[in-house]
Write a protein that binds this ligand. Structure first.
Ligand code: PLP
Length: 390
């Protein structure tokens, strides 16, 4: 058998090893808590599930959707206007995605040719780099460092890299660092994109998971944004719909039209009941978002306060459903610490290095378990003794 060289760009991940230890512990009946993958355990509100069930009960809804239905596109336009103050033309500026991950995997195919450069945050949600790699592009990592509040330093990107670059991916509130970007970053980004003829992709998966009364908006609300790029949005975390795959690519019509064209060659559109559930989510009662946000905020407090108390200091994040924590000083790498955490305490976290080179020295904990389980995890880590240098 002969395979593509493309696949050589993708390695086996540390997750395979972590999951193997998880399997062994589970089989042995030992304690395991998985905080590695950001899969929400908070179900969608009743009105969203009702819309989905009605669609499922209707035998006519199982045909290929082919396109986004008009009422879905109109609902997205209304949602963006109401929530973010952004005007979108339903016909030309909105494209649904089978989860924003799918769109992030494919967008580079619309924008770059082989050997061109995509600028990607480091650390980042892995598909930000994998999508461009699939397209044969070269990835240039833009470090997000603590000394800059994890904000990309556009001025630090080398001139010769910028000349070969066509697309820049950014995302705040950020996974995994949890940072929020100031207005000045977005304004500089738009100027930078215009200056260097770059297409901007902003991923806004966590705009609703911002804590302590703070609020963020949309990249597209900044002047000139729509001239240079698009925003990805997702219903996975905001409405707990992660498994009912739906996200959106919205903004610049030239980019959106190419996404639509590419997708028309790849898939047959989104399951109609999911389109209905999405309409119910974004046009229905929005109080469910505040409930979800407060659940994540309480979990954040339990974990950060609990771990800090037992000697693993953690700053409380301002946003997202993650904690980005330094590894204890007596560990050399995030993988080594993550392996010890699962082997000795049954706690599974993601090593920071899985998100890019600048993620080394950190691990990411996802707030995807109930508070009681989080307390058990803190106790297990405390009793394992791994926080103390030997
Ligand atoms: C930054 C970011 N973008 C996109 C996604 C994927 O969202 P979706 O479920 O819409 O594919 C995630 C999921 O964890 C994420 O963290």
């Amino acid at each position: 058998m002969r395979f593509s060289k493309r696949m050589d760009r993708f390695g086996e991940s540390i997750f395979t090893q972590l999951l193997e230890v998880k399997r062994q512990r589970t089989e042995a009946g030992e304690f395991v808590v998985d905080l590695s993958v950001g899969t929400p355990n908070i179900p969608p509100a009743d009105h969203i599930r009702d819309a989905l069930s009605q669609g499922i009960d209707d035998g006519t809804q199982y045909i290929y959707a082919i396109n986004d239905k008009e009422n879905l596109l109109e609902a997205v336009a209304k949602w963006y206007k109401k929530r973010y103050g952004v005007d979108l033309d339903p016909k030309t500026e909105i494209c649904s995605l089978l989860g924003s991950q799918e769109g992030l995997a494919h967008i580079a195919l619309c924008v770059v040719d082989e050997g061109e450069v995509v600028l990607v945050p480091d650390p980042c949600y892995p598909v930000f780099a994998d999508g461009p790699l699939l397209a044969g592009a070269d990835v240039h990592y833009m470090p997000q460092k603590k000394e800059h509040n994890y904000i990309i330093q556009l001025k630090a990107i080398p001139e010769e890299v910028i000349k070969r670059a066509k697309m820049i991916l950014v995302s705040y509130p950020n996974n995994p660092t949890t940072a929020i970007a100031p207005d000045s970053f977005y304004k500089d980004l738009i100027t930078f994109a215009k200056q260097h003829d770059l297409i901007v992709v902003h991923d806004n998966a966590y705009s609703e998971l911002v804590f302590d009364g703070k609020k963020v908006g949309s990249f597209l609300a900044y002047e000139g944004a729509k001239e240079v790029g698009v925003e990805f949005n997702s219903l996975s975390k905001t409405y707990g719909m992660a498994g009912a795959r739906i996200g959106f690519c919205v903004g610049n019509d030239a980019v959106v039209s190419r996404m639509k064209r590419l997708k028309s060659n790849i898939d047959y559109g989104m399951f109609l009941p999911v389109q209905k559930a999405a309409i119910a989510a974004i046009t229905g009662d929005q109080r469910c978002i505040a409930t979800t946000r407060s659940i994540y905020q309480s979990r954040r407090d339990v974990l950060c306060e609990g771990f800090t108390r037992i000697g693993w200091a953690m700053d409380k994040p301002e946003a997202t459903m993650f904690i980005w924590a330094n590894i204890p000083a007596h560990y050399h790498t995030s993988s080594e610490f993550a392996m010890d955490l699962v082997k000795k305490a049954g706690l599974i976290v993601t090593p920071g290095s899985a998100f890019g080179p600048s993620g080394e020295g950190y691990v990411r904990l996802a707030l995807v378990q109930d508070e009681e389980v989080l307390k058990q995890a803190i106790k297990a880590v405390d009793e394992s003794g791994i926080l103390k240098a030997v």
